[in-house]
Design a protein around this ligand. Structure first.
Ligand code: PEP
Ligand code: MN
Length: 275
């Protein structure tokens, strides 16, 4: 698999490779205030994230603003010279995101689990020079995750990365989605050159657990983080409990320890010994 190294398409302005922004794009003001507050703390993410189509578990919750939000993001991209990433779940989403010059796309956990949707998105971006970041599927199926990555690679996408966002388990656990770290470790064993990011926000489901999960990901050799942030999480229309204020994110980044010796995740024996 031909994979473009992360440093070729990710800026490294922050302590670690970083994607941040709100769970959902709610209004132009919410987005611009969040970018401004992040910038106040010198947080300039490689990609500013915002969901414009939100895959909600139950109907009648905030489902995103769709094309209207893409217009806001396209304007913010110019105003703040900030690269943007959105989630796409079908071919129409991907076409619209390309129309508004969105810089990168991520495939959500619910979509990775559906090879039909993944293939139709891969066909829209075929031969295009756009980064595609693929979250793990909701359930613990490494093959399905690999299959989605291969569908994009087969269509000529080289700016590829995986995002670990934890896995659904039935019943109560301290995490919203259990990390099962052995699965991303196994992914790295199979595809050692594939950049691997961690999304502690969706693993944790609350802000208290995020620092320890973020640190653990970096200790395991992950290449960066996707973290949800909102200028005022209390009024967020989705995932309010897990979004960080720019101030909290600033504190988290300051406290992260970047270890000098990187554990080689592709050597499983070594990793387990280190752990
Ligand atoms: C999100 O990033 O807001 C999202 C819906 O993520 P996931 O696909 O990991 O649930
Ligand atoms: Mn979310």
């Amino acid at each position: 698999m031909i994979i473009d190294p992360l440093h070729n398409w990710f800026s490294s302005n922050n302590k670690t490779n970083l994607i941040t922004g709100p769970c959902g794009a709610e209004s132009f003001e919410q987005l611009s205030k969040t970018i401004e507050d992040l910038n106040k703390f010198k947080i300039t993410p490689s990609f500013f994230r915002a969901g414009v189509w939100k895959p909600r578990t139950r109907p009648n919750s905030f489902e995103g603003k769709g094309e209207e939000a893409l217009k806001w993001l396209a304007e913010l991209k110019q105003t703040y010279n900030q690269k943007i990433i959105v989630e796409v779940a079908n071919a129409q989403h991907a076409e619209l995101a390309l129309k508004y010059n969105i810089d990168a796309l991520w495939i959500g956990a619910r979509t990775t689990g559906n090879p039909f949707s993944v293939q139709e998105i891969a066909d829209v971006v075929k031969g295009k020079n756009i980064p595609i970041l693929i979250k793990n599927p909701i359930h613990t199926d490494l093959q399905l995750w690999l299959g989605a990555i291969e569908r994009f690679s087969n269509n000529g996408i080289k700016q590829l990365a995986a995002i670990h966002r934890g896995f659904h388990v039935y019943g109560k656990t301290k995490y919203r989605n259990k990390p099962f770290w052995n699965i991303p470790i196994e992914l790295r064993t199979v595809l050692p050159n594939l950049p691997l990011l961690c999304d502690p926000s969706h693993i944790c489901g609350n802000t208290e657990l995020i620092p320890q999960v973020a640190q653990k990901a970096l200790d395991l050799g992950f290449d960066g983080l996707m973290l949800e942030s909102h200028f005022n999480p209390n009024i967020a229309l989705s995932d309010a409990n897990q979004q960080l204020t720019p101030l909290q994110l600033h504190g988290l980044l300051n406290n992260l320890i970047i270890r000098k010796v990187k554990i080689n995740l592709s050597d499983k024996k070594n990793t387990l010994q280190e752990l």
